[in-house]
Design a protein around this ligand. Structure first.
Ligand code: SAM
Length: 194
């Protein structure tokens, strides 16, 4: 957590990013107000380990880390975005955050207590708002990752918390209950009950 919490508008925060990445913000990166609501739910105490599944340009992770004493980790497949995320954390002097350059499938989910998921697999279906030229229409891959994540969340410990922002809430297994729905149903809070 930063010593003094600066107040940011999304525009001011995003001004760190190069123009190409800034332009993606309203569609692909979590707004500050959403990140703050999510981290308040995801963190039970300072030992809680939070993972952002597909951390993009690091916006959720850095804003979340500014608002908690817990450690926030992001996993992201695009090397350039991981590099930028690390620069973002240095720029804002946020130390309780780290970024892994990897595929979500390579992660040991047991190392984390709660998860943030902003519709990361949608890029395999929606080519209207592409992040970059690596976006390809691949519904088979979408379903493969959807099933993978659903199973990992089902295997997690009772008490695991998840926040989803946009996307298909069927990715959350029946072992979870929906605790809260805000932002017109776009931001959902879940907890594993059995
Ligand atoms: C909608 S963006 C969200 C970014 C970030 N969580 C935020 O809210 O600011 C989704 C990100 O997930 C990443 N992603 C998609 N599939 C992934 C995978 N299999 N492994 C790692 N990252 C992935 C994409 O590269 C993209 O940067």
């Amino acid at each position: 957590m930063s010593d003094s919490l600066p107040f940011f508008s999304d525009e001011a925060f995003d001004s760190f990013y190069p123009m190409k990445v800034r332009k993606l913000s309203s569609t692909h990166w979590t707004p500050i107000g959403v990140a703050i609501k999510a981290v308040i739910f995801l963190v039970k105490n300072h030992r809680t380990r939070v993972l952002d599944l597909g951390s993009g340009a690091g916006k959720f992770c850095v804003v979340a880390a500014m608002n908690t004493d817990a450690h926030i980790t992001g996993v992201e497949q695009r090397a350039g975005l991981v590099f930028l995320s690390r620069k973002l954390a240095l720029h804002y002097k946020v130390e309780n955050v780290s970024f892994i350059h990897s595929d979500i499938k390579e992660i040991n989910f047991r190392q984390f207590d709660s998860f943030y998921f902003f519709n990361s697999f949608e890029e395999n279906l929606n080519l209207k708002d592409k992040i970059d030229a690596d976006n390809n229409f691949n519904p088979v891959k979408y379903l493969e990752y959807f099933d993978f994540l659903k199973q990992k969340l089902d295997e997690a410990n009772v008490g695991t918390r998840v926040v989803t922002y946009y996307g298909d809430s069927d990715i959350i297994p029946e072992s979870y209950i929906r605790v809260k729905s805000v932002n017109n149903g776009k931001l959902l809070f879940w907890e594993k009950k059995h």
